[in-house]
Design a protein around this ligand. Structure first.
Ligand SMILES: Cc1ncc(COP(=O)(O)O)c(C=O)c1O
Length: 448
């Protein structure tokens, strides 16, 4: 980094950290030792003083193509100069249609219509609303119940929070949605610890859906939503056969199956969507994050042809779905997404994730045996390391590890309580993989 750049970067350090209330972050601790980033390129973030930080998290599981990639940057710049905004209702712009077609081509089977929004949370709430409305328009309006899963994360809207299964995300926010039930989560350390990829044990847990159907009756259930691999609660790959069984039970009772692929989409698990990795076709896929490689907010829902067709009835001058966002298919987001998807294709990044996976898994499993390491899980280019909590302060060890990694070792990892997650951009080199896990080993020893 040139001197001039360092000076520019230093000038951007705020002199008042107080006003910004940061989400999902301990604000007081952060403001005492801020982790500020002012610039990024490819695999690296840069701090205000110019020090590089190796990005072990692809931002928040989103910059799958790496940071500030020229084709994406240029596409956004060109788009900003050409068309800043077009109304999202009653009018549109060509790139929205082009992007929808590209996404339909990437999605499995007949998932071929795309509804756009701006985040994963909006994508989830949109999918849940489409599920309810779908049953309504086909004359089964009693199907209102939604089924999520314990340890699921589906964003922070009321719908996503309700079907989600994270206690702290739910307990402060009242009654949430009525008529929601949850499948049990699929993690069992005793049976699954240190599984390489998808665990052998746990496929039978899908049969719990039959129990919920027996309890509520299928005629009251609209949809089941799961992350194919639960990301935010610590990388929980689906047990072998689990998703196939869920699909079969949903088919038997005409329940819609929604895969929340906000994290697993766009190469994270070595395919455009995890649905492809697991050979299971859901009725809807929610996406966000990697669709623009994190460069501009965007999310959406890809639905099966039959779902879209079901809505296409009634007078032609009346909207078929009373839902949408001012910034649905925003021109900048569409331009960024088209450029990101093209970059993924040209550089073969989904395939690259598949090729890298065995080496990645070995490197992650290399941490086994270090102090306090209770389990390591991987799937695609994701890894999670469970550390034993300190008896008097759950989450402290994980937080300290994340801080040390950033401040002392120049590597970004994420902590979810005492679990560390590593999910770098898919351009990560083999030597950078080794560097990430070497540094993590040192950090884990340091917080022992
Ligand atoms: C599976 C899943 N769904 C939804 C979301 C929410 O996405 P956003 O933060 O863009 O609203 C996330 C975010 O991490 C996620 O992992």
């Amino acid at each position: 980094m040139s001197l001039a750049n360092i000076r520019d970067a230093a000038a951007t350090v705020p002199n008042d950290l107080e006003s910004f209330w940061i989400g999902f972050t301990p604000n007081r601790a952060f403001k005492k030792a801020p982790r500020l980033i002012v610039r990024a390129k490819d695999m690296y973030y840069y701090r205000p003083d110019g020090r590089a930080v190796l990005d072990g998290t692809a931002g928040l599981w989103c910059t799958n193509a790496g940071h500030n990639r020229d084709p994406i940057v240029q596409a956004i710049q060109r788009q900003a100069a050409e068309l800043d905004y077009a109304p999202a209702f009653q009018f549109s712009h060509p790139k929205a249609f082009e992007l929808a077609s590209r996404l339909a081509a990437l999605a499995p089977a007949d998932l071929d219509h795309v509804f756009f929004c701006n985040s994963g949370s909006e994508a989830v709430d949109t999918a849940l609303k489409i599920a309810l409305a779908y049953h309504n328009v086909r004359g089964q309006g009693a199907r209102t119940r939604l089924i999520g899963r314990e340890r699921g994360y589906h964003g922070v809207g009321f719908g996503g929070t309700a079907v989600g299964g994270i206690v702290t995300n739910r307990k402060y926010f009242g009654a949430l949605l009525a008529g929601v039930d949850h499948l049990p989560h699929t993690y069992n350390r005793e049976k699954q610890a240190f599984s390489r990829g998808e665990p052998e044990w746990g496929g039978h847990l899908a049969d719990e859906l039959e129990r919920l159907v027996a309890l509520h009756d299928a005629s009251t259930i609209a949809a089941v939503i799961v992350e194919p691999m639960a990301g935010s609660t610590g990388v929980l790959p689906p047990p072998k056969g689990y998703l196939q069984r869920l699909r079969a039970i949903c088919d038997k009772h005409a329940l819609l199956l929604i895969f929340d692929e906000v994290i697993t989409g766009f190469g994270r698990l070595g395919h455009a969507f995890a649905a492809e990795r697991y050979g299971v076709t859901p009725d809807m896929i929610t996406f966000a994050k990697g669709v623009t490689s994190g460069a501009v907010p965007m999310g959406g829902v890809i639905v099966r042809n039959d779902i879209y067709r079901t809505f296409m009835q009634g007078p032609e001058h009346v909207a078929e779905l009373f839902h949408g966002y001012t910034y649905s298919a925003h021109p900048l987001a569409c331009a960024a997404a088209l450029a990101a998807i093209e970059l993924y294709r040209q550089e073969g990044l989904f395939q690259r994730a598949r090729t890298l996976e065995p080496m990645w898994m070995d490197a992650a499993m290399g941490l086994k045996g270090l102090p306090n390491v209770l389990d390591i899980r991987t799937s695609g280019i994701t890894a999670a390391i469970d550390l034993a909590p300190k008896p008097d302060a759950v989450g402290r060890r994980g937080y300290d590890a994340m801080e040390k990694a950033f401040h002392e070792h120049g590597v970004m990892v994420r902590n979810m309580g005492d679990t560390l997650a590593v999910t770098p951009p898919l351009i990560v080199s083999e030597s950078q993989v080794a560097e990430i896990f070497d540094k993590l080993a040192r950090v884990i020893r340091a917080v022992a």
